[in-house]
Design a protein around this ligand. Structure first.
Ligand code: S3P
Length: 733
């Protein structure tokens, strides 16, 4: 591979050093405007050759352009003149909209061979002298491909940065610029401005002499390269101006609070900031684990020994979301234990923080939600971004329908493909104004200030999320809201509303709630998630000799379809120590390996096991005889099309499986099932990733599962627990 790096400052030079270590066999050409810099890079062994011109530097397999933003356009034009037909080009610029505009102005359109990128090095140093082979280790690199960018070009550039130890994520150029304006460009502008303002003072030498750690920490980044930051501020002008205006408004409000000695206002503001900072710390710690161990994106698993031990899988996702939501709307402080510290539930926490709710934690599964009261939510400053979490988006839409303010809900690429009209339409029947994109997908736009009227809603899909959205909107409606579901779905919202002092009456398939009531804070103990336990229930069933106990699992009868289906298949599962905790039945599950048999899955159990089908397909593949799933068309609109994802994955392992519009027919391989070795895709879907990993336990030569990073959304310690009970599992970023 021939790499060419243009710009031999901190960014380019560090990439050369890191690639030297990762790929000693690569040839590296370097170019810098100054001959002295080129010679210094040669002398240090960072590059093999110095190019004499930008055109020469373009003639490589991969070209990294790492020059100040102001020079990008001219450099790119020269590189595109010098490149070979197969050359891929990427860049390291801190703003991406301007890079796309520059490329389009040179070539007329974005070519397939250019992948815009931004390594977030987080160093205020600059120049070749600061070069550091470890600069990108555990740091984020954001790639912003557009529709015309070739997929294999994105793969090559992704691998290029991962090889340097970075965490790579993908987003659109616009989203990148909005995010970076707030998280990087604004803090730099503020740091420069604060130090500048203080240095206007004639006494500034004295001020600086007495300045303590706070000044040093806050102003460290004012030591960054002024030319680079001038270019960035101008290249991302519009988004930076939005950030400055937001900041100026807040500062004015704070000034008023101080001037009027508004003690409560100051506490609220500082508390909110502190909580946000804690969340940031938690997220960056989780992020760091992503690379090192916990949530890498490639899982390698193979058949090993029996699975044994006692484990407690993380807290129930559905209950964790609801506890935060109801806690936020309640009067008083809600305490939550056993909370799922996965990305989905954290997205709910963050959304309520954006709406002014003070939330402490999570720390070791504990959270304190300082309820804002039923009418206490405040308008968020920007669209609420809820990541991969469909539950957050749909339930929140119900709550937002009753607010006085407008909101926009956005999600990641998987969530942005999922259907949202199913909530918009029923909420419309109550008088809400909720719109989606033309194809019915996010963003969801909720126009507030609409009076809601209690009414009866007949649901056409069996969805607990939609039922919950209607009941939550019903809290804000006049009179009675009732909702009839076509099949029984999980009833955590109903149970928890009862626990918060708002009775939900049930008559057959219909739930009723009265509007205009207040919620009272509660203490919620979240049981372990049966949907996460399911991976271990199937794993222990299909690996000979296994004997595993899963502790404190939620056994709400609207969630135990997986147990009933596995028992029909002949699984050996015993419920030990059944008890009730906070209105939800709980027990320990002991599962031992057994001979499974194929079954026709009864339609009534489908909604009660909807999240467990990916791993149930794996159980079916290890059973004797045929398993038939029908009436499960909902699987096609989950985090991925779960029927197709499992058909693709299991077929690659040699399983005979046929997808149907609403299910699948699976020919089991029986007690001696031995799956073929293969590389399979999880399609950004946490449950597909874990289900295919379980399948790998019957593959003597191993299975490689790609695209598993989203396991962190529901099961952050999956890898640790899987290894603890005996999975032969290796992982890499
Ligand atoms: C959930 C309901 C289900 C489930 C999801 C969580 C909930 O979705 O698949 O993981 O917490 O209400 P649907 O309501 O779309 O079936």
């Amino acid at each position: 591979m021939h790499l060419s790096v243009i710009g031999l400052g901190l960014i380019g030079g560090s990439s050369c050093a890191a690639i030297r270590g990762a790929h000693p066999d690569w040839t590296i050409t370097g170019y810098a405007r100054s001959i002295a810099t080129r010679e210094a890079a040669l002398a240090r062994g960072l590059i093999d050759h110095a190019a004499d011109s930008l055109e020469d530097a373009g003639a490589a397999d991969l070209v990294l352009i790492a020059v100040p933003m102001g020079q990008f356009r001219d450099v790119f034009a020269a590189v595109s003149r010098g490149r070979h037909a197969h050359t891929l080009v990427t860049d390291a610029g801190s703003t991406k909209g301007s890079v796309v505009a520059d490329v389009e102005s040179v070539l007329g359109a974005m070519p397939a061979w250019f992948v815009p990128g931004h390594p977030i090095a987080g160093s205020e140093q600059s120049g070749l002298d600061a070069t550091n082979a470890e600069l990108y280790v555990d740091h984020q690199v954001i790639l912003t491909p557009v529709t015309s960018t070739a997929a294999d070009a994105v793969d090559t550039v992704t691998a290029f940065w991962r090889d340097q130890g970075a965490r790579v994520s993908h987003m659109t150029p616009t989203r990148h610029d909005e995010v970076l304006a707030l998280t990087s460009h604004l803090p730099h502008v503020l740091a420069f401005t604060l130090v500048h303002a203080l240095s206007d003072d004639d006494e500034h030498l004295d001020i600086f002499r007495y300045a303590a750690g706070g000044f040093r920490d806050f102003t460290r980044i004012a030591g960054s390269d002024p030319v680079m930051w001038r270019d960035i501020a101008l290249a991302n002008q519009a988004a930076v101006l939005v950030g400055i205006d937001r900041f100026a408004d807040r500062l004015t409000q704070l000034r008023t609070m101080i001037a009027s000695a508004d003690q409560d206002g100051l506490i609220r503001s500082f508390e909110r900031a502190r909580a946000a900072r804690e969340l940031f710390k938690a997220l960056s710690e989780q992020g760091a684990q992503h690379v090192t161990e916990s949530h890498p994106s490639v899982f390698q698993v193979r058949a090993g020994g029996a699975l044994t031990g006692r484990i407690r899988v993380p807290g129930d996702k559905s209950i964790s979301h609801r506890a935060v939501m109801l806690g936020a709307l309640a009067d008083g402080v809600t305490t939550i234990t056993g909370f799922l510290e996965g990305e989905d539930a954290i997205a709910t926490v963050q959304a309520f923080r954006e709406m002014g709710v003070v939330i402490e934690g999570p720390t070791e599964g504990q959270i304190r939600v300082h309820g804002a009261g039923i009418d206490g939510l405040k308008a968020p400053q920007a669209p609420l971004y809820v990541g991969n979490s469909g539950t957050t988006m749909r339930l929140l839409t119900g709550i937002l329908a009753g607010q006085a303010f407008n909101t926009v809900l956005e999600g990641d690429s998987s969530l942005s493909r999922r259907p949202m009209r199913r909530v918009a339409e029923p909420l419309g029947q109550l008088g809400a104004n909720v719109t989606t994109s033309a194809s019915g997908t996010p963003p969801v736009v909720v126009t507030g200030g609409q009076p809601l009227t209690g009414t009866h809603v007949d649901l056409t899909v069996a969805s607990a999320q939609v039922k919950s959205a209607v009941l939550l909107a019903g809290l804000y409606a006049s009179g009675t809201t009732s909702v009839t579901e076509p099949a029984v779905t999980r009833d955590h919202t109903e149970r928890m509303l009862n626990g918060f002092g708002v009775p939900v009456r049930r008559e057959g398939a219909t739930a009723f709630v009265e509007g205009g009531q207040r919620l009272t804070a509660a203490a919620i103990d979240v049981p372990a998630d049966i949907s996460s336990a399911a991976f271990f229930l199937v794993a222990a069933s299909i690996v000979p000799g296994s004997d595993l106990t899963l502790e404190h699992v939620g056994l709400n009868p609207t969630r135990t379809g997986v147990l009933e289906i596995l028992k029909l298949m002949g699984a050996d599962i015993t419920v030990l120590n059944p008890r009730e905790v906070g209105g939800e039945p709980v027990g320990d599950l002991r599962v031992r390996a057994s001979a499974l048999r194929g079954v026709e899955i009864p339609a009534s159990l489908v909604p009660l096991a909807i999240d467990e089908f990916p791993v149930l397909f794996v159980a079916a593949a290890c059973a004797t005889g045929v398993t038939c799933v029908q009436g499960a068309e909902e699987l096609r609109v989950k985090e991925s099309d779960r029927i197709q994802s499992m058909v693709d994955g299991l077929s690659a392992l040699g399983v005979q499986i046929e997808g149907t519009p609403d299910g699948a027919v699976i020919q089991g391989q029986g007690l001696d099932a031995r799956f073929r070795s293969a590389e399979v895709q999880a399609h950004e879907d946490h449950r597909i990733a874990m289900a295919l990993t379980v399948a790998g336990l019957r593959a003597p030569d191993g299975v490689i599962v790609h695209d598993c990073a989203n396991v962190a959304t529901s099961f952050p310690n999956f890898i640790g627990l899987a290894r603890q009970v005996g999975f032969a599992l290796d992982v890499r970023a």
